[in-house]
Design a protein around this ligand. Sequence first.
Ligand SMILES: Cc1cc2nc3c(=O)[nH]c(=O)nc-3n(C[C@H](O)[C@H](O)[C@H](O)COP(=O)(O)O)c2cc1C
Length: 365
Amino acid sequence: MSTNVNLFSPIQVGAYTLPNRLVMAPLTRNRAGDGNVPGPMNVTYYVQRASAGLIITEATQVSPQGQGYAYTPGIHSPEQVAGWRLVTDAVHEHGGRIFLQMWHVGRISHPSLQPDEALPVAPSALKPAGEAMTFSGLQPFVTPRALETDEIPGIIEQYRQGAENALAAGFDGVEIHGANGYLLDQFLRDGTNKRTDKYGGSVENRARLHLEVTEAVVGVWGAERVGIRLSPSSTFNDMSDSNPEETFGYLVEALNRFNLAYLHLIEGNESDIRHGGKVVPTSYFRSIYKGILMTNGGFDQQTADELIAAGGADLISFGKLFIANPDLPERFRLNASLNEPDPSTFYGGAEKGYIDYPALALQAG
Ligand SMILES: Cc1cc2nc3c(=O)[nH]c(=O)nc-3n(C[C@H](O)[C@H](O)[C@H](O)COP(=O)(O)O)c2cc1C
């Protein structure tokens, strides 16, 4: 059934009334300063995008162990909290709302990025195919160390502390990064989880860490200020699952109990199909999940409006379009032309390709 609802229809999402349904997707840009501290350039970048219904920040490590790439910001030191406070204050001054995406990369790291050059940690000692993006360039992944069962409370504590720090940094909420082959996703899917303790084997066991982390974060923020992101079809970071409908169906159903601000899904893409992944679309989860559903992946204004009008999702997040178009809502509203994103400046560098994409008024002037 089609409705008159579109991207510009306001919507209640947890504790917030969003003025539109265009969300800025989390986007790693590898431009944090020394000590993984957000700086003035990051403030400018987020302020430029404050007209989004909601900004979700780039993935941000909750602990030194959670880091997997060079120049990604953290939320574990006082300096990082102070740096993020500049971002959140400025976004609020410009009328925006901003959630922090909380990240632990698990095995998608490298000893050179880890405290004391330790091995990255993971559910099981399985080396991902591919290379880590370190401070000295790309280096092959290593075989991670499998976490002991008695270390898991310490992992949950890293998220809980990260949530406390995000509160101190002035965010409006947090999104738990449960997607894209990082630690929580590694526990969830059976391609990366070969454990025999209560965190491995059955889908109930593999989903346990996701749910325990969600509970801990909700304990800090309250459910109406917490979202979670999942990628049921993604093969990125060498991920696989033998039965994604069952695995993700179970977790999505279990998440209903929290009454979170939203569930954020990523649609499968061409690359997932090429890598032999089974695509499970957002539509599969629509009836399983009872709350606000956000989806993402390859949308433009027309496909987003159509999906929202048809009731297939409540919110759409845009990644690459928000990189290139700081004023994306305004451009959509006016049916204006869009700037093209430049992939060569996505990860790392300085102002170029980060804060120099023009807004409409500047272009016209
Ligand atoms: C440069 C870049 C960085 C990304 N960083 C993150 C990230 O930090 N966290 C995350 O969950 N997804 C990340 N993604 C995935 C995007 O959030 C999004 O799912 C993807 O770009 C597809 O949406 P789009 O077609 O609207 O760009 C990243 C994507 C790109 C292109």
